[in-house]
Design a protein around this ligand. Structure first.
Ligand code: NAD
Length: 338
């Protein structure tokens, strides 16, 4: 069976999901929506994607794009929609379009967990999305936390987690956000990331804080994890090396910063220079064995791309494909993830 997929909201996440859908053998990209004309729409046109208007008579025709119809026409042709619109618009689209048209839909991390009642990270809870009508992919930060914490929890058991998210101020193409000369703490305790992790890893006790810095290249997380069992650094390295969508990076490779990781992704020939794996620094993994089995580590999270493979696996799960490990393997292959 070929799964027919539409993408509503063709921005940072939506355009990556569209390209990834087009690469899957068991999926067909039916089309994307364009809210207004931009270089994104122009590229979609050049790639031969069918473009549907998301905003009535916008400026598309003025710039030589004749939409195939509107969002309702797209919905008639698809099995499932991936909604990549900015936060809160996914909820509007659910009530206005997806529910009345009875079309399955995936939402992104800017929406609340309640929009779907199921939040998703493939390697943690693939089965929960099987045959669901609506699922939410958690945010880039939450996806990063869930991937490494799930691996640790399965091997050692987690008593509690304390984590700080040092977040990029804006995406590289975003001219509207900052900061450009400040470090901005999130003035809420805990930050929303901890509770969000518990929508996927329900039994993990986690407390998070967050701040934003003037960078566009990835988030950086520092974590302190209290374990139920003693751990050795070399075993944790081996655990991360053997877990999917986690990459151990090393000082010896000169991967000492988020900037070098992104340069590495470009050199690997990754589409758009993306690094969907969570990168954990080997030299920054530490264990304090005399104080309640504490594990410390640091990881980098490529905010623009790490949730994209999750969207692909979620499509398969919602369309009834039951083998999560197989789906992850199929998706990884198309992303060049080992
Ligand atoms: P974006 O602003 O880059 O893209 C959103 C797209 O939706 C734009 O092309 C915009 O024109 C279009 N759009 C706006 N209103 C629309 C409407 N009513 N109908 C159809 N299209 C509309 O946003 P983004 O960064 O891709 O974020 C999308 C979602 O993904 C959000 O929930 C966000 O929280 C989440 N997310 C973003 C990142 C990130 O770092 N960018 C990471 C993970 C998750």
């Amino acid at each position: 069976m070929t799964i027919k997929v539409g993408v509503v909201g063709y921005g940072t996440i939506g355009k990556r999901v569209a390209d990834s859908v087009a690469m899957q053998k068991d999926m067909k990209l039916i089309g994307i929506t364009a809210h207004s004309y931009s270089f994104n729409t122009e590229v979609a046109k050049q790639k031969g994607y069918k473009i549907f208007g998301a905003n009535g008579d916008s400026d598309l025709k003025l710039h030589g794009i004749n939409p195939e119809g509107d969002i309702n026409n797209l919905l008639e042709e698809v099995d499932i929609i991936v909604d990549g619109t900015p936060k809160k618009i996914g909820k509007e689209n659910l009530d206005k379009y997806y529910k009345p048209k009875k079309v399955r839909a995936i939402f992104q991390g800017g929406e609340m967990h309640e929009i779907a009642g199921t939040s998703f990270v493939a390697q943690c809870n693939y089965d929960e999305a099987i045959n669901k009508n609506y699922v939410r992919i958690v945010s880039c930060n939450t996806t990063g936390l869930c991937r490494t914490l799930d691996a640790i929890d399965k091997k050692y058991g987690i008593t509690s987690v304390y984590a700080t998210m040092i977040r990029r101020g804006a995406d590289p193409g975003d001219i509207h956000h900052g900061p450009i000369n400040a470090i901005v703490p999130v003035l809420e305790m805990p930050s929303h990331h901890g509770p969000d992790v518990r929508t996927v890893l329900r039994n993990v006790e986690i407390f998070t804080t967050a701040l934003s810095v003037p960078s566009t290249l990835m988030h950086l997380h520092t974590l302190t994890v209290d374990l139920n069992k003693k751990a050795k650094v070399e075993d944790v390295v081996e655990l991360f090396n053997s877990s999917t969508r986690i990459r151990v990076v090393r000082n010896a490779e000169h991967l000492r910063s988020t900037a070098e990781i992104i340069e590495f992704a470009r050199d690997l020939g990754r589409l758009r220079g993306d690094m969907p794996e969570i990168c954990v620094w080997q030299e920054a993994i530490g264990v304090i064995s005399n104080a309640r089995n504490k594990l410390l580590y640091m990881q980098a999270v490529h905010q623009e791309s790490n949730v994209v493979p999750e969207n692909i696996d979620c499509i398969r799960a919602m369309m009834g494909f039951k083998d999560g490990a197989k789906s992850i393997e199929m998706t990884n292959k198309t992303f060049g993830i080992k």
